[in-house]
Design a protein around this ligand. Structure first.
Ligand code: SF4
Length: 179
């Protein structure tokens, strides 16, 4: 029996749209499941990343927990892939980088419209926000970048097929245009 490739996935500061696009490969998931097994993913609900062949990272890095998870993936995954715009340039969450963190917090929890009982959350259980949202390659080294918001199911399927079979990764134009 052929050893299966072990894959972990996570969403840092992302919207899970990239994960949903992954699920959009539909019936090809049945082909994929013949080749891979899953470690930490939102599907398996495993909370820590163990030794893996491939780690797929959705989302940018906005808080201390994201940093911890990303470093854990880098330590455990032979190949680490930044999936989607938020992972490789911060995406939508990085729009807050135009403002000071203090101003973002005050607008969200003190001065915004409709806020009752204004106070900025300060519980040790809540991960500390970083001053800015960072793309993942500013925190750990990344082996591949898969663009798109989200990358299409076709792009994800092509990428995984080529990666798992050891081919050079060549995504067709149809998988990489966004109009
Ligand atoms: Fe969501 Fe797009 Fe960011 Fe993926 S790249 S997490 S789809 S906003």
């Amino acid at each position: 029996m052929v050893d299966k490739v072990r894959i972990a996935t996570t969403s840092l500061a992302g919207c899970f749209g990239c994960h949903m696009s992954f699920l959009d490969i539909d019936e090809k998931l049945l082909d994929l499941i013949e080749l891979v097994e899953f470690d930490r993913t939102p599907i398996t609900d495993i909370k820590t990343c163990g030794p893996c062949d491939v780690g797929l990272i959705e989302g940018g890095v906005c808080n201390s927990h994201n940093v911890h998870v990303l470093k854990e993936f880098r330590e455990n995954c032979k190949t680490l892939v930044a999936v989607g715009a938020c992972a490789f340039n911060g995406g939508i969450p990085a729009l807050r980088n135009h403002y000071e963190l203090k101003d973002c917090l005050e607008e969200s929890y003190i001065n915004g419209i409709g806020i009752e009982n204004p106070q900025i959350p300060n519980d040790p259980e809540v991960p500390l926000l970083l001053d800015k949202v960072h793309p993942v390659h500013e925190v750990v080294s990344i082996d591949y970048f898969l663009p798109g918001c989200p990358p299409s199911a076709e792009a994800i399927w092509t990428f995984l097929n080529e990666l798992l079979s050891g081919q050079e990764i060549v995504l067709p134009y149809t998988a990489l245009h966004y109009d």
